[in-house]
Design a binder for this molecule. Structure first.
Ligand SMILES: *Cc1c(COP(=O)(O)O)cnc(C)c1O
Length: 502
């Protein structure tokens, strides 16, 4: 397919201003000489229909949750009900000015106030901040809150414990907050090794960041001991609740003793994520950490019958984002929770757990699980059986694309000897049995192809708009700008070429 620049035809345009209006106006009279671009060769000349067709075609190359199963383990990609979008698009919400006087945005504030109450009930926490714009941003906020807590209590704690199975953002956030990260090894069950935790936890340690069910999809049954070990040394427990798909109405992190919780509203709470839009990595805390939350939070004045923005006070870590967070995501979450109600929130988690265990049970003969036990909302299989046919997990994932599926998460988590060549599948509650059956059938077919015809996998994908690319070069030397002097037919053949555009 040609790039839009290559479709340019001199003299074509998509929109023209009435020339007589501008005949006396010379751009040179208004712009300083140095800002004038006299060399116009870069401008693309296309008509409106050229533009529409070009981008419509491109959009059809894409694959999303509205096309089919998107089994991306650890990152919950599920169908997002349209009612959420409809509510978020109501102009009173979407057009509200962030500087509008609070009397004019009482409805928006009420939603934030009520959503806080719902999230507190779902997770057994005492107060949320809606400010952070992503999971990683929430983690940083949570870490800064913990740091502030210890500074305020005159304690010098500098180390953060993080299991080796944790999402990569956990150590990154802890380091950004100024902590030293100590890795805690997983045991043969894929969960936290209690002895390693006991040895590492001391009075210089801030606490532990834990995901549960963890990132191999397993529920850590040692949670009661973990809680004791961390709290006995005065530490704090941080819960990475980016995915709550296995927990709604089943367990509440606050009940398990967690002090700080982050939720990705853009995963479990039904907002598209990834390239799909803005996120919200809201942070919930227990009472003793409320004074350190980012300021302000929404509160309700019952004598005046009015919602208002309450300053957290001097101990607050300050603001972490402009204005009040990604408000549209909050409206979608609020809509989703209310449209399901407690009974169906529970059903949602139950269904995702059943879905994941169904896939695990059907595929474990073909793709050896990293850990052979029941899983939460996602299962971790491996492609290590196929190494003897010269097949890597990456090639299995590419071949899946030929059958019209988005590949699952691969090589994450990745720690030997248990979890290598991993394939992490999350079939969320929005998928029916027939969808899963078809996916399972395809996975089994690919396992047979790996033995009978490994070359088919090695050269995959074959049916996608773009066939196999050079992964290394695509990362090392991606061409991100257009240069008409670069010969595009040589685009994938970088050898001997000196390309300045990255
Ligand atoms: C997705 C995810 C994160 C990070 O969230 P972002 O919004 O992508 O920054 C953190 N932890 C876990 C377990 C996740 O799955």
């Amino acid at each position: 397919m040609k790039l839009i620049f290559e479709k340019s035809i001199p003299g074509r345009d998509a929109y023209s201003l009435p020339t007589d209006l501008f005949q006396d106006i010379k751009i040179e009279d208004y712009l300083p000489e140095k800002h004038l671009d006299k060399d116009k060769k870069q401008l693309t000349e296309v008509s409106e229909v050229d533009v529409i067709r070009h981008f419509t075609k491109l959009s059809k190359f894409n694959y999303g949750v509205d096309d089919g199963l998107y089994p991306l383990g650890s990152c919950t990609m599920k169908y997002n009900p349209r009612i959420n979008e409809k509510m978020a698009a109501i102009s009173n919400f979407s057009q509200a000015h962030p500087f509008a006087p609070i009397e004019m945005v009482q409805g928006s504030l009420e939603i934030m106030y009520e959503l806080n109450k719902l999230l507190c009930e779902i997770t057994a926490m005492n107060q949320y901040t809606m400010a952070p714009a992503s999971g990683a941003h929430g983690e940083l906020t949570g870490n800064l809150i913990m740091r502030q807590y210890f500074i305020d209590h005159g304690e010098k704690r500098t180390k953060m414990l993080i299991p080796d199975s944790a999402h990569g953002t956990n150590p990154a956030s802890a380091v950004m907050a100024g902590f030293e990260v100590i890795e805690i090894k997983s045991n043969e069950n894929g969960t936290v090794d209690l002895n390693s935790l006991k040895n590492a936890m001391d009075e210089q340690t801030v606490g532990l960041m834990l995901t549960n069910p963890n990132t191999v999809g397993l529920y850590d049954k040692g949670i009661e001991d973990i809680e004791k070990i961390v709290h006995q040394k005065g530490g704090l427990l941080y819960y990475d609740g980016a995915n709550l798909n296995a927990s709604l109405g089943i367990i509440r992190p606050g009940d398990a003793g967690f002090d700080v919780v982050h939720l990705n509203l853009h995963k479990t709470f039904s907002t598209p994520h990834g390239g799909g839009g803005p996120g919200a990595g809201v942070i919930g805390v227990k009472d003793r950490l409320i004074p350190y939350l980012p300021t302000p939070i929404v509160d309700f004045d019952s004598t005046e019958n009015k919602y208002f923005l309450k300053d957290i006070g001097k101990k607050s870590i300050g603001m972490v984002r402009s204005f009040w967070g990604n408000f549209s995501v909050l409206v979608k979450t609020y809509t989703w929770i209310l449209s399901l109600g407690p009974e169906y929130l529970y059903q949602c988690s139950k269904t995702s757990i059943i879905n994941a265990n169904y896939v695990l049970a059907k595929l474990k003969k073909y793709y050896k699980p990293a850990y052979d036990q029941y899983c939460g909302h996602e299962c971790t299989l491996t492609g290590r059986e196929y190494k003897k046919y010269g097949i890597k997990t990456l090639q299995i994932a590419k071949r899946l694309m030929d059958y019209g599926y988005h590949p699952p998460t691969i090589y994450f988590p990745h720690f030997e000897p248990y979890a290598e060549e991993t394939i992490m599948i999350e079939p969320p509650e929005s998928e029916g049995k027939e969808v899963l059956d078809n996916f399972i059938e395809v996975m089994i077919k690919i396992s047979q192809e790996a033995k009978d015809n490994p070359d088919l996998l090695k050269s995959a994908p074959h049916n996608t708009p773009i066939s196999q690319t050079d992964d290394v070069m695509a990362v090392k030397r991606p061409i991100l700008t257009y240069d008409d002097e670069l010969e595009l037919k040589d685009e994938l053949n970088y050898q001997g070429k000196d390309i300045d555009y990255y």
